[in-house]
Design a binder for this molecule. Structure first.
Ligand SMILES: C[S@@+](CC[C@H](N)C(=O)[O-])C[C@H]1O[C@@H](n2cnc3c(N)ncnc32)[C@H](O)[C@@H]1O
Length: 400
């Protein structure tokens, strides 16, 4: 398990990339392998002079043929290795939750923490490990053993990304430590109460990366009517209500996600601001819902637009930019003059500049130019270890 090794030779360009710290070797860059390896075998990348370049996880089923764990000097990947890497990742999160108001965050952010294709999210005493490649299954015992030792969780739940789920569907949503929770797992985000369906929910149950943007939106929401488009489980909606919004409308195509959003709102009704806020949810396609709101002449003071990644492939970047622009054009039409639009992109292939340009162009096209007042990225628990790691962008703007 995992001790089997495959010697891999790659193109000069891939060699340069790996030596520069890039964590992926694509199948098209592999020039030779010593033998047919299995997912999770350790791949050792050599240069033309048979010198060690990097060690990683081999995955013959993925276009990312090698996920690099380490480059430079030869390294032994054993239980101690995983423990040391986890210790470093944990240390980088230490400041989070020091005030006792947040107990859910990303403990391991894939490539950016030296675990390419593996996520570990913490929801209080529950850890969710999400593997995006079955290469990780061969190392799961060692990784989960180290997690157990360092974090002493009540339970560890395994989730699989889409490609891994196709290969091993029976392993998605199983408990690796303890038992599966009978109910969604409660947790705190900036002092507000939420629940996450860690077994069936999207990603690991909650989009933890928007924590700081939600707090910002909360601070902008006093006495405002807020529209939360792509609301999912209502992170922005609940922070807006707690921040003093008079009304919040949450829009998403997922009925189960909106059911969670409603429960998340109810979890916080001990706060007078949340109790006083009128909350409604609309299930449907965001574009259709926004067009309906435009037709009816409805207006909001704060509009949050947090779509899924529209550019999962390089070829879809132009279509993604068009979709961001379309959304922004609709968003400004339903925003009061002087109101705030917050447009996000979670696509690593779209730069902050491209997002802002497409949003500005669409807003001007709608006759409502924007004055940008803030640009943000990812929070502390989502470090950026390589260019593609910088995926989250947000633009905050006033409608002129
Ligand atoms: C990035 S997540 C949003 C996260 C959310 N804002 C939060 O703070 O937790 C994207 C959401 O878009 C929803 N979605 C995807 N396509 C959609 C569409 N065409 N119309 C409405 N919702 C959609 C998904 O169900 C998902 O909840």
């Amino acid at each position: 398990m995992g001790e089997r090794r495959v010697a891999v030779r790659v193109t000069p360009d891939a060699l340069r990339q790996v030596r520069g710290g890039h964590p992926w070797v694509f199948d098209r860059s592999v020039t030779s392998v010593s033998h047919d390896g299995a997912p999770g075998d350790l791949a050792v990348v050599f240069d033309g002079s048979r010198r060690f370049v990097a060690i990683g996880l081999y995955d013959p089923t993925s276009p990312i043929r090698v996920r690099v764990l380490y480059h430079g000097a030869p390294a032994t990947i054993d239980d101690g290795w995983w423990r040391d890497r986890l210790r470093i990742a944990f240390a980088h999160r230490r400041a989070l939750g020091d005030d006792g108001r947040t107990n859910a965050y990303r403990l391991v952010h894939g490539e950016n923490d030296g675990f390419p294709g593996l996520i570990v999210d913490r929801y209080d005493a529950t850890l969710v490990v999400k593997a995006y490649s079955t290469a990780w299954l061969a190392h799961m015992r060692a990784v989960v053993g180290a997690l157990d030792e360092l974090a002493s969780p009540d339970r560890v739940v395994l989730r699989l990304g889409r490609a891994a789920r196709i290969e091993a569907p029976h392993l998605d949503g199983v408990a690796l430590v303890g038992e599966l929770p009978a109910e969604p797992v409660p947790f705190l985000e900036h002092g507000l109460s939420f629940e996450a369906d860690v077994v069936h929910g999207q990603k690991t149950g909650h989009f933890l990366d928007q924590r700081d943007n939600r707090a910002r939106v909360g601070r902008l929401s006093r006495d405002k009517r807020v529209l939360d488009v792509f609301a999912c489980t209502g992170g922005f909606s609940v922070h807006a209500a707690a921040g003093g919004a008079v009304a919040v409308t949450s829009v998403d195509q997922s009925a189960p996600a909106l059911a969670t959003a409603r429960r998340n709102m109810v979890r916080n009704v001990d706060r007078p601001a949340v109790r006083a806020c009128h909350h409604d949810t609309v299930t449907g396609d965001a574009f259709d819902v926004l067009e309906g709101l435009v037709r009816r002449g409805e207006r909001f003071d704060v509009v949050v637009v947090d779509p899924p990644s529209f550019a999962s492939r390089r070829a879809s970047v132009p279509a993604a930019l068009h979709a961001y622009g379309r959304l922004a054009g609709l968003a400004v039409r339903v925003t009061e003059h002087g109101g705030v639009v917050v447009q996000m992109s979670c696509s690593s292939r779209i730069s902050a500049e491209e997002l802002e340009t497409s949003v500005q162009r669409a807003a001007r096209g709608a006759g409502r130019p924007l004055d940008v007042f803030e640009r943000t990225g990812q929070p502390l628990d989502h470090p950026i270890g390589f260019p593609e790691g910088a995926y989250l962008k947000a633009v905050y703007a006033h409608v002129r």
